[in-house]
Write a protein that binds this ligand. Structure first.
Ligand SMILES: C[S@@+](CC[C@H](N)C(=O)[O-])C[C@H]1O[C@@H](n2cnc3c(N)ncnc32)[C@H](O)[C@@H]1O
Ligand SMILES: Nc1nc2[nH]cc(C(=O)O)c2c(=O)[nH]1
Ligand code: SF4
Ligand SMILES: [Mg+2]
Length: 228
């Protein structure tokens, strides 16, 4: 059958996805399950108090019984959004710090999302348990929050900028210390009370930090401020 010149040109042109694969650039059409995204104040850890755009990805199999966002666990419950849509959403606000959280965000390959965010001018921060096949993505700040319920991949140890351990009971102090020898010397060390155990554990954290000043306290300040 005869083809017009326009048809031939269109058919021989690669789709954006094919082009991205061949040129080794991130494909903006890649999609990830997004539970929610919102502009707020980073409530925890080293960047506490700073404006940030949160991107909460669905999917987690770590199973912390005290997790404050269990609705995130089932990745299939959250519609996929393209990276283009996610970045366009983030660009609606003046802040240029993006926090990728979940769920467990490293269940997904975050190479393309972080590349797109950095190209758009964002700093890329992640909240992760470190439970993953591989630490994908290009990160400006990694907050590593290990859990007793599932071992982290040691690949995260020399990449973490911040260790943030949740204190649910007294044995969690030793659990927190067990990671320190494997981390970078400049990794910041935080202890954060599990929210429902604050009355009992916060006074113990205060005493612990006074005795072990290499540690700092992290509070979930957004919960006190009643913001997302
Ligand atoms: C919901 S998790 C998502 C990111 C990743 N799955 C992780 O656990 O690091 C975000 C942060 O909230 C902390 N977190 C979750 N539930 C909490 C609770 N009940 N009290 C205090 N911190 C909590 C986690 O330890 C983690 O540092
Ligand atoms: N404001 C605010 N700060 C946060 N820091 C870590 C959070 C998370 O759920 O990953 C979080 C969150 O959910 N809200
Ligand atoms: S690893 Fe994070 S998201 Fe997963 S259950 Fe634990 S606190 Fe919740
Ligand atoms: Mg939270």
């Amino acid at each position: 059958m005869e083809q017009t010149q326009q048809q031939q040109t269109e058919e021989s042109m690669p789709s954006p996805s094919t082009a991205a694969r061949h040129m080794n650039v991130p494909d903006p059409a890649i999609a990830l399950p997004v539970m929610e995204d919102f502009y707020t104040i980073q409530g925890e850890g080293a960047h506490s108090g700073r404006a940030a755009y949160f991107i909460r990805l669905g999917g987690c199999d770590v199973g912390c019984h005290w997790c404050d966002v269990k609705e995130s666990w089932d990745a299939n419950a959250h519609p996929k959004q393209t990276i283009d849509t996610i970045v366009t959403g983030a660009l609606q606000y003046p802040g240029r710090m993006a926090v990728i959280t979940g769920g467990e965000p490293l269940m997904h390959d975050l190479t393309a999302l972080t590349a797109a965010l950095q190209t758009a001018g964002f700093r890329t921060n992640i909240e992760t348990s470190g439970v993953c096949q591989a630490v994908t993505g290009s990160w400006d700040w990694i907050c590593f929050s290990p859990k007793k319920f599932k071992k982290p991949n040691p690949a995260i140890f020399d990449k973490a900028n911040e260790l943030k351990v949740i204190i649910y009971n007294a044995s969690d102090f030793a659990f927190a210390e067990s990671f320190v020898p494997y981390l970078r010397p400049d990794c910041k060390l935080f202890l954060q009370t599990e929210w429902s155990r604050s009355n009992e554990m916060l006074p113990r954290i205060v005493e612990y930090v006074k005795d072990h000043p290499q540690w700092q306290i992290s509070l979930q300040t957004h919960k006190y401020m009643d913001i997302p």
